[in-house]
Design a protein. Structure first.
Length: 471
């Protein structure tokens, strides 16, 4: 080591991270400070006048985060799609920050760009997409969906690239699809109403017959259908749209077929779960979020496009100031971002350090724990509304009208975190997702007990016995 280390406070950083990780599962899963307390602390201690000592700063920030966030890495965080993380992925993010490679132009960072290509190709093959496409890391699923929309509009709507949307381009997604699609339709200038909502069946999966009918009606009414999004693992319930049927209709109707597999896409690595994604290989483009089910820190999304010509048509540009193109494609000419962080290193290092066998075993373990949870909930009198093979369980209680009061009891106890959602055709439901590979069968059983305690404390309706028919 050099005489003067680059960062003398490494030891403080290491101590803060080790201490946090050692205590995480015993710590409340929810924030313990109030917004007023946090603001007061910041305005008193951080006027940015006198420099703060790095060791002190690290310790103070660690304490602010420890008390001021929902702990997504907690073993009893049955939450939104936020996983626990790997130590090696933390190391990866630190190396990226320290070396600060710029991936925009290939020639600026051949090493990092090849690491990303190599990693993305593993997923391309698992998805069974052909060679000759393009793939990129994104900030997350929203950017990947945005990329899909731009590529689809450029490919399917004439003049979109040069003069913007004309006519009435319309796209199709199920009632349970992610709302980033609506934001991105707005951002792309086709308007939020361009997203046509296709009804779902009782299993919360898109109804393909309804999809076809709406496309026909829209054409008759003068709209220009250009894209359909199938979701493989909906955000609320982990439902899977019928991808082969949607692919078939998309082909007949000449629509771009995007699969949003932000959460569920990780299942492509498991031979047991991969059949759930059948039909994804027919997609024109695919979204997968590594920062959801693959245990890497945010943000780490992936966008795959079947034909690289479409991404270069969507994102190509000419400049005088960027380095001249070399033999490999320049990311800034084929993707939405310009300056580009080495996002993919944390996934590469996680796969390398754990091995594919372990990564896959963890995904299957999380699905198994969710199965156990669904079983335990049913045994305790809950009604499971939807039980996804992708580790998401949504449920209600026949005697509880106000699910919010159950949620408040769970939060007040503080030892676990779940959420609430509304499912098309079913109404409000509680939602538990196993996102942490350390979450065990015992944690699932503990959640059932926490929920039973909560139910004991909230107002309940009598179960109404069906009245016998008078004769
Ligand atoms: C989370 C999610 C997204 C958005 O991804 P971000 O990484 O949060 O931007 C898109 N689609 C689905 C199905 C999701 O679950």
């Amino acid at each position: 080591m050099a005489e003067t280390p680059f960062f003398p406070a490494w030891a403080a950083l290491e101590a803060a991270v080790e201490q946090h990780r050692a205590g995480i599962d015993q710590h409340p899963a929810l924030p313990t400070t109030t917004t007023e307390e946090i603001r007061e602390h910041l305005s008193t201690n951080y006027k940015f006048g006198i420099p703060v000592d790095a060791k002190h700063l690290i310790e103070d920030v660690a304490s602010l985060l420890r008390d001021g966030m929902v702990h997504t890495t907690h073993a009893r965080y049955f939450g939104l799609f936020n996983p626990d993380i790997q130590p090696i992925a933390v190391a990866a993010d630190a190396i990226v920050a320290a070396f600060n490679p710029q991936l925009a132009a290939y020639s600026h960072a051949p090493g990092p760009n090849e690491i990303e290509r190599h990693t993305l190709d593993l997923f391309r093959r698992a998805l069974a997409l052909p060679e000759g496409g393009s793939a990129t890391f994104t900030s997350g699923g929203s950017e990947a969906n945005h990329s899909a929309l731009i590529a689809a509009l450029t490919a399917k709507v004439s003049d979109y690239a040069e003069t913007g949307a004309s006519g009435r381009p319309t796209m199709y997604a199920s009632a349970e699809a992610h709302h980033s699609l609506v934001k991105m339709a707005h951002a792309c200038g086709i308007g939020r109403r361009a997203v046509r909502v296709v009804p779902v069946d009782a299993n919360l999966a898109m109804d393909p017959a309804a999809f076809r009918r709406i496309v026909t009606d829209d054409r008759a009414a003068g709209a220009s259908p250009f894209m359909v999004v199938g979701t493989a693992g909906t955000t609320s319930a982990g439902a899977i749209d019928p991808l082969p049927a949607i692919a078939g209709i998309a082909a007949e109707e000449g629509l771009w077929f995007h699969v949003d597999a932000a959460w569920g896409g990780a299942a492509c690595l498991s031979s047991r779960l991969r059949p759930l994604l059948d039909g994804i290989e027919r997609a024109d483009s695919v979204t997968i979020d590594a920062h959801k089910w693959l245990s890497v820190p945010m943000g780490c999304g992936m966008f795959f496009c079947r034909d690289a010509a479409h991404t270069s048509a969507a994102f190509g540009i000419q400049t005088a100031y960027m380095p001249s193109p070399v033999e490999a494609p320049d990311p800034y000419l084929n993707t939405l971002q310009w300056s580009r962080r080495h996002i993919g290193l944390k996934l590469f290092m996680t796969l390398a350090a754990l091995g594919l066998g372990e990564v896959t075993a963890r995904i299957e373990h999380m699905a198994d724990v969710a199965d156990r949870l669904a079983f335990g909930l049913r045994a305790a009198g809950w009604r499971v509304v939807h039980h996804s093979p992708l580790a998401v369980v949504t449920f209600t209680h026949p005697e509880v009208v106000d699910l919010d009061s159950v949620l408040q009891h769970v939060y007040r106890e503080g030892g676990a975190w779940i959420s609430k959602t509304v499912l098309t055709g079913h109404g409000a439901a509680l939602r538990a997702c196993v996102t942490n590979h350390r979450t065990s069968a015992a944690d699932a059983d503990a959640l059932v007990e926490i929920l039973e305690r909560a139910v004991d404390q909230v107002p309940r309706t009598e179960l109404i016995e069906p009245t016998p028919l008078a004769d």
